[in-house]
Design a protein around this ligand. Structure first.
Ligand SMILES: C[S@@+](CC[C@H](N)C(=O)[O-])C[C@H]1O[C@@H](n2cnc3c(N)ncnc32)[C@H](O)[C@@H]1O
Ligand code: SF4
Ligand code: SF4
Length: 415
């Protein structure tokens, strides 16, 4: 038996062993493997001179799925893989603001960005891939720098997808907002990091950014009334004192549906640094020991407005934020990663990721997402993710799952 013939089975075992929802299949898989191997061994014994023929057959058997024989290997593999549950696309990664916690603005415009026609093909392929239409979140960079994004969103909505766009508000002129309204875009998240202009503008690096967000809320309510407006705020040292006021602001406005918060992560487009929060250069954004009472006050205010209130984060996640700020190195997880294998992310170059921190599974410029989702490179990722031992902050924010938090138990920071 050569390495090639056993590899697909090992990969499948690896996959099934670490996929909780597939545990029941492991025994089935092991039994099938034993049967196949003993059958092959018997053949080799009986037909010594026909060894090479038996080996060929062995290879066929081992690379053929055992559950549903008439289906092809590819079809069987597809039937066991979960379809994307959500999708994030980045039309561009460049930006016009100069945020303190995100260095996307240092990127120069990339001539290799995916074009509108390539994105449309992606959306069409995705519509054929998924069991039912999912939400496509359009982020960036500042996504609305590329105004064709609105045409893309309209096309995706016609295909049944829900579209959410997260924006710094700068491109939201009256004309753009009217186009958003005409396209029927369902959700707009506006990034607002301070109650006051002083705080927001300082974080965003450009004076007038706060006024732009305030005007964007008015324009969207007037010209795109079907768009659900939410506020997205990063919890960070410079704005902790304004969080209670920001909650009141959202509570008072009928045109704002909810407030979602995220814990500060390492600024984007810096080389990965596990101890970034200890570095001198990040002292102004990462809460220091003397700020912990402010962290606790902000979290308490958020918790008392979660659930039935307008704060959209689950209480357990807010507790996890508190744990993260108090003991960032102790966070986030004990064992493997909980993000699962159903998140689909495509960056501005067309690279497809299941986890943005791991390798690409393929590129939508040269292949269809219908193939990339089942490719060996994607299967490899499905093997890596459940055992990934990176202590990464994704798990506290976008990929938050209750079981991913260990620093916080029953609302108390562990000693
Ligand atoms: C990268 S931005 C892209 C969209 C748009 N440019 C904006 O600012 O809304 C998406 C979201 O990530 C948030 N973000 C940026 N840097 C972050 C960081 N270091 N930690 C946590 N969230 C961050 C932004 O505030 C924004 O809500
Ligand atoms: S957070 Fe958004 S607005 Fe700020 S630099 Fe990053 S992409 Fe631009
Ligand atoms: S721990 Fe982080 S890097 Fe590793 S798979 Fe999970 S989200 Fe990705």
């Amino acid at each position: 038996m050569n390495g090639d013939s056993i590899l697909p089975i090992l990969r499948r075992i690896w996959y099934h062993v670490f996929m909780p929802s597939n545990h029941h299949e492991i025994e089935h898989l092991a039994a099938a493997l034993r049967t196949r191997l003993s059958g092959v061994r018997e053949k080799l014994h009986r037909f010594g001179s026909e060894k090479s023929e038996a080996e060929t057959r062995e290879r066929e058997l081992l690379t053929t799925d055992f559950y549903v024989q008439p289906k092809s290997k590819v079809e069987n593999r597809k039937s066991k893989i979960r379809m994307p549950g959500f999708c994030v696309i980045l039309p561009t990664e460049s930006c016009m603001l100069k945020c303190r916690m995100c260095y996307n603005w240092k990127l120069v415009d990339d001539p290799n960005e995916v074009t509108l026609s390539e994105w449309i093909r992606f959306v069409d392929d995705l519509a054929e891939l998924v069991d039912e239409p999912i939400e496509i979140n359009i982020g960036g960079g500042e996504p609305l720098q590329r105004l064709w994004v609105i045409d893309l969103a309209k096309h995706a909505i016609e295909k049944g997808f829900t579209i959410s766009i997260v924006t710094n508000g700068v491109p939201l002129t009256e004309d753009v907002v009217k186009r958003i309204g005409d396209a029927g875009i369902q959700k707009i998240a506006l990034s607002l990091d301070g109650l006051t202009a002083e705080t927001h503008d300082k974080i965003r690096g450009v004076n007038g950014s706060h006024r732009i967000i305030m005007n964007a809320i008015k324009k969207l309510s007037m010209w795109s009334p079907q768009s659900e407006i939410t506020i997205q705020t990063i919890l960070m040292r410079p704005n902790l004192h304004e969080i209670p006021g920001l909650i009141d602001f959202v509570n008072e406005r009928d045109d704002v549906k909810a407030l979602f918060t995220m814990a500060l992560m390492q600024p984007h487009h810096e080389p990965h640094d596990e101890l970034w929060f200890e570095r001198e250069k990040n002292r102004d954004i990462w809460p220091q020991p003397e700020d912990m009472p402010l962290v606790d006050r902000a979290i308490e205010a958020l918790i008392s407005n979660a659930g039935d209130g307008k704060v959209g984060n689950p209480v357990s996640q807010l507790d996890a934020f508190r744990g993260f700020f108090h003991k960032p190195y102790q966070f986030i997880k004990n064992d493997g990663c909980t993000i699962g294998d159903y998140g689909l992310h495509v960056n501005s170059k067309g690279e497809v990721f299941i986890c943005m921190n791991l390798h690409s599974a393929g590129n939508i410029k040269s292949g269809s997402i219908k193939d990339i989702w089942f490719a060996d490179s994607a299967m490899d990722l499905r093997g890596i993710i459940p055992v990934c031992d990176k202590n990464c902050e994704f798990l506290v924010n976008c990929y938050y799952e209750e079981e991913s938090s260990r620093a916080f138990v029953n609302g108390q920071v562990e000693n």
